[in-house]
Design a protein around this ligand. Structure first.
Ligand code: S3P
Length: 743
């Protein structure tokens, strides 16, 4: 045991209902105190509490406790909110200031006022708190020693509390399994009004409304699951909830007013048969609720999904066979949402990638008021708002792991009449953003970043945006796209020159939306003042996702795989060119154009690979494919040398180092260089490798197992969901023996 942990001598629980009884029972079961004592108003409750082993002893009055309470003892007041004052009056003069007092009332402002009324001030030994663990059950019989496991307890200490009092209280809650949060009294009451008190008001009121209806018998008889789910909390303790509403009157009234105004607005949408706005309300609500459900099912009280270690364990050997379609192209999915939102009219998208990155972009536009339906099986409908129709989001736009979302959105936000902030996860928060911030600054936009140009990005509208002629220092489609998108709002012609060709989906899609984009040599330009006209978009399968299966077939003897409907945009086919140079057997068939993007079916049959010097002009055309190509190099005969690829060091992780580390663990000889790597093909062992939370590293090592002589375990694979949510299912379907474990 930690010796500095405060220790409770006697725990006195006043009020032996669900909340008090459960804490007493939890403390007793876990042996947290020398004695657990209950106080109740009725003898029968005291007897029951002892009988049920909820407390060691129980009394009707505090005077019965001997010796009197003192240092090391803790009182937990667990009576209805409006009864707390009576208890405080009772305690005054009877317990010394050494006794720590806490409570469990649902409203904190009223209890704070009670303390001041009774004691003349906030007290150093009184720490207010609120366990968020109620249920519609009540009474000592409902006491449950596990009630607080993985539930939140909010403490609202004040500046004058002793550290001892706060620690003793916090420690008790932690030891019964709760997660303890701290916040101010007023914040607590406002949050609880919105998340708990308002739902109770609505449930009570709805059931009361229907109960008064002359048809109520029928209504209740035929009421389906929705009614039952929605109104469950209307059978909560009526008096307790009445008191909570009165104790938190101001915040509850504010919440009711906000809700009433929104309900009125929804009423008018329905009256006007305004399908778009009704869809907007319902889709936003659905997304929010789905996210919440996911949080709950992941027990996100403590950990989010990406904090969990998802481990792939892949059996060695085997081959891949079959015909599959991998999910939609990530780059095109992002752009479909962006341009669809900025267009005039309704855009229908098919083949949208339902991965976390593209969904982050979708959510960002919902947050800016765009009504977007779906995605449902890759179909998305975007009700465009026009170039100037975005609304200021309520808070920062969170784009998770997605560099494309952040950099392209920066360009779009530069043209808006509101200030905005872009934030991301830990990996994204370490990626360079000056590459977009600097050219935007040249355009007259105020962009603030953290040190060294790291996110969050704060984009503030300065004066009008100036059109610029920008020579990109690095070959980056994200930077190019950012500037072109900002150029839609600039004063004249914006030009971007690229040092080497990079993916041109932005240019192609802008043209698809009817916007004139010119290309002369390595310079792309557009002039502001035009508009985007809604269109339909069919997104091909992502060649970057197909790559893992192309490499799988290229390295595993006996393989023969066909990947259908894959985008083969000339700015993306470096992987095909490089694998062919290494000797891979790749055939394209069924070549056609879909919505401005070329697509084909790609067949790869096993053939032995040899090491090559990768031509530098292929590097930007295969930039996301190198982790998988390094695996191909490890399985090739001889050395493969990559140069001119320093950009790999600033992807979701440093992909040169991450792959070198993992391949070395597997017994492959690698020499990383500042701008590339030398990989010498050879026998591959099994082992445990790190993905460094990078989706492409995780998938690359998964396919590597096909050529390993023992199992490969890949750590931290949760982010595979950013680009390839059904990777493991497809991998298994073509013959990779893969087990997914979560720790
Ligand atoms: C992307 C461009 C590339 C690529 C990224 C997607 C895009 O990044 O690595 O996965 O959609 O524009 P850079 O522009 O940084 O090369």
């Amino acid at each position: 045991m930690n010796l500095t942990t405060p220790h409770i001598n006697r725990l006195v629980v006043i009020g032996l209902g669900l909340i008090g009884g459960s804490l007493a029972a939890a403390a007793k079961k876990r042996n947290l105190c020398n004695q657990v004592i209950g106080l109740a108003r009725r003898e029968s409750v005291c007897q029951k509490a002892v009988q049920l082993d909820v407390v060691d002893s129980a009394y009707l009055s505090i005077d019965k406790i001997t010796p009197p309470l003192g240092k090391g003892d803790l009182i937990f007041i667990a009576v209805p909110t409006l009864s707390v004052k009576r208890i405080l009056q009772d305690l005054k003069g009877k317990v010394s200031d050494d006794v720590v007092i806490t409570d469990g009332a649902s409203v904190k402002g009223s209890v704070r006022d009670n303390v001041i009324d009774v004691f003349g001030q906030e007290m150093p030994n009184i720490v207010l708190g609120h366990p968020i663990a109620g249920s519609e059950q009540s009474g000592v019989e409902a006491s449950n020693p596990e009630l607080y496991e993985q539930h939140r307890v909010i403490l609202t200490p004040h500046a004058g509390n002793t550290q001892y009092a706060v620690e003793l209280t916090r420690d008790l809650w932690l030891k019964v399994g709760a997660e303890v949060l701290t916040m101010g009294v007023d914040d607590h009451d406002a949050i609880l009004a919105a998340t708990s008190h308002l739902p109770h008001v609505i449930a009570f009121s709805l059931v009361d409304t229907l109960a008064h209806d002359s048809q109520n018998e029928n209504i209740f008889r035929y009421a389906a699951g929705g009614f039952r789910d929605f109104t469950r909390i209307a059978s909560s303790d009526a008096i307790m909830w009445r008191d909570i509403m009165l104790a938190n009157k101001k915040s509850v009234l504010d919440s009711i007013d906000l809700f009433t105004a929104n309900l009125q607005r929804l009423r008018s949408y329905i009256a006007e048969e305004n399908e778009k706005e009704i869809t907007g309300v319902f889709t936003r609500a659905k997304v929010a609720r789905d996210r919440f459900t996911k949080m709950l099912s992941n027990q996100a009280y403590s950990k989010t999904m990406s904090e969990k270690n998802i481990i792939y364990k892949v059996a060695p050997g085997g081959s891949v066979k079959g015909q599959i379609r991998v999910p939609g192209d990530k780059s095109i999915s992002h752009r479909s949402i962006m341009l669809g939102s900025l267009a005039e009219g309704v855009t229908h998208v098919e083949g949208f990638l339902e991965g976390e990155d593209a969904l982050a972009t979708l959510q960002a536009f919902r947050d800016m008021g765009v009504v977007i339906e779906g995605p449902v099986e890759g179909r998305v409908t975007i009700n465009g708002v026009g170039l100037k129709g975005l609304e200021k989001p309520a808070g920062a736009l969170y784009v998770g792991n997605s560099g494309t979302s952040m950099r392209l959105l920066a360009g779009i936000l530069a043209g808006q009449d509101f200030d905005a902030e872009l934030t991301g996860d830990i990996s994204l928060s370490n990626r360079p953003m000056n590459r977009v911030a600097n050219p935007l600054r040249e355009m007259g936009v105020i962009v603030e970043t953290e040190e060294n140009g790291r996110p969050p990005l704060k984009i503030k509208r300065g004066s009008a945006i100036k059109a610029i002629d920008y020579q990109m220092p690095m070959a980056s489609a994200q930077v190019k796209s950012c500037i072109l998108l900002a150029g839609l709002y600039a004063d004249g012609e914006t030009k971007v020159s690229e040092p080497a060709p990079t993916r041109d989906h932005t240019e192609r899609m802008l043209r698809g939306f009817g916007y004139d984009v010119k290309r002369e040599g390595d310079t792309i330009s557009l002039t502001s003042g035009g508009k985007l006209t809604a269109t339909n978009i069919d997104i091909p399968a992502d060649i970057s996702s197909a790559t893992f299966f192309m490499v799988a077939a290229a390295i595993a003897p006996g393989s023969d795989i066909t990947l259908t409907h894959v985008g083969i945009n000339p700015t993306r086919i470096g992987v095909i060119n490089i694998l062919r140079l290494m000797g891979a057997d790749i055939t394209l068939s069924n070549e056609r154009e879909v919505g401005g993007e070329p697509v084909a079916d790609i067949r790869v049959q096993y053939a032995p690979l040899k090491g090559i010097n990768i031509p530098e002009d292929q590097v930007p055309l295969a930039i996301d494919e190198f982790p998988a190509l390094f695996v191909a190099a490890a399985c090739a005969e001889g050395k493969t040398v990559l140069t001119g690829a320093e950009e790999l060091r600033v992807k979701e992780t440093d992909r040169i180092q991450a792959m070198a580390d993992g391949l070395t663990t597997l017994g492959i000889q690698c020499e990383p260089t500042p701008d590339g790597i030398v990989v010498t093909g050879g026998e591959m062992n099994g082992g445990t490798v790190e993905s460094f939370h990078d989706h492409r590293i995780a998938m690359s090592f998964t396919v590597a197992a096909l050529r390993a002589n023992a199992p490969i375990t890949v750590n931290n694979c949760a982010n595979v969901a950013t680009s390839f949510p059904n990777f493991t299912e497809l991998a298994k379907s073509v013959g990779i023996s893969l087990e997914v474990n979560i720790s």
